[in-house]
Write a protein that binds this ligand. Sequence first.
Ligand code: ADP
Ligand code: MG
Ligand code: ZN
Length: 474
Amino acid sequence: MTFETVIGLEVHAQLQTQSKLFCGCATEFGSPANTRTCPVCLGLPGSLPVVNKRAVEMAIRTGLALNCTVRPTNQFARKNYFYPDLPKGYQISQYDQPICENGRLEFKANGTPKSVRIRRAHLEEDAGKNSHTGARSFVDLNRAGTPLIEIVTEPDLRSAEEVVLYLKTLRDVLMYIDVCDGNMEQGSLRCEPNLSLRPAGSDGFGTKVELKNINSFKFVKDAIDYEIKRQTKVLTEGGTVHQETRLWDIERSQTMVMRSKEEAHDYRYFPDPDLVPLAISDDWIAELQSTIQELPDDRHQRFLKDYGLPDYDAGVLTSSRALADYFEACVTLFPEPKLISNFMMSEFLRELHQSGTAVESSPVSPERLVGLLTLVHDQTISLKVAKEIFPELYAGNKSAAQLVEEKGLRQLSDEGALSALIDAVIEQHPAQVTQYRGGKEAVLGFLVGQVMKRSGGQANPQKVNALFKIRLAR
Ligand code: ADP
Ligand code: MG
Ligand code: ZN
């Protein structure tokens, strides 16, 4: 029997607020343990939560970007469970009244459009962090109370590849609208795939397993592929899949049982009496809607249309807002989109990656990059030379024109000088000249190469090519 994979995702994204969801403590990552805490996020008796308006705004904007409806009245709920890093003994979350619901996210899987339904997106607070060394355990509550939005899909995904594409698209959207920094290593975006199998062609659902807290695209793919194999084996051997939560064990490259799955009623959800219901007006929603600029996919489509770029280029350049902004700043200064795109996707991104620099902090401004590419366009220098001097342009603050002058890299484009070199080459290689005239056009490359050699690499190859063709046609 063959099986079809069914996957629904729960994604936790950390909202980029300055302060926590229900208190004024800072949310920044990496502070000394327990220095970003107060009575509220320590869960001390008598302290009272106050909701962070910025977090609510970010949640609404997320919902709007994901085509959700925003609920006009919201109630926070207590989700009761015990963990050492959850000092109140409950997590403030949303239960039957999520702030956003019934959305969708679209992307292309192997060129085919795919639409994934978003069941809900709700606000909740994060827990702290436990760590264990030897026989001792520690609790750091800096992260406790950090605002999260949990985005839950319907079981619409069918493979690890689709899940990764969904996640990348979601991450791009969240980063574009500035609600999440998308940093998976620091845990700003964590993913929990729910996975079941069913006989191919059937509509029912099999028993699902939840894979907990995965924080890289690679681990998501590995964990899902492993779990598909594991469940296939269980079902093929006539066994039953147990509903449970499993962890991805990086060392062993396998999923391990963490706990048998709890049901919603185990958490004894109830409305948090410390928080008044949250009313969201249509005006507020409209105001927030107006702050959502072009989303990645719209921008991608516009790049195809406005700049005539290939689909691949448009995809790379719109993969982050900063990169797309940089590209558009260049095109505004110098309307040669394809030349700019090629250079950005190769040399420019390579230097940034090598030095671990974000596009926003690129030491080469659009002006300086365009300065370089203008020299290529007007044939002052070859593309090859432009690539060679780019690392220096990147490392220093000279303009491309300055570098070219100082190093004497100007191409030799003067026709008189080039003709003299061409004459000399024709005289020295009569055999090749005869071959070319006899129809063996490939020999032209050899002749041009000889001129390049004689000029010490400075001759303008396009010009030399053109001049040769004229000379040898006679
Ligand atoms: P739970 O109450 O166990 O958390 P939910 O019904 O709330 O389960 O769904 C949680 C996630 O699991 C959702 O993303 C949903 O799409 C997905 N899901 C639900 N049932 C299945 C299934 N049989 N197979 C795969 N995913 C599923
Ligand atoms: Mg769940
Ligand atoms: Zn606090």
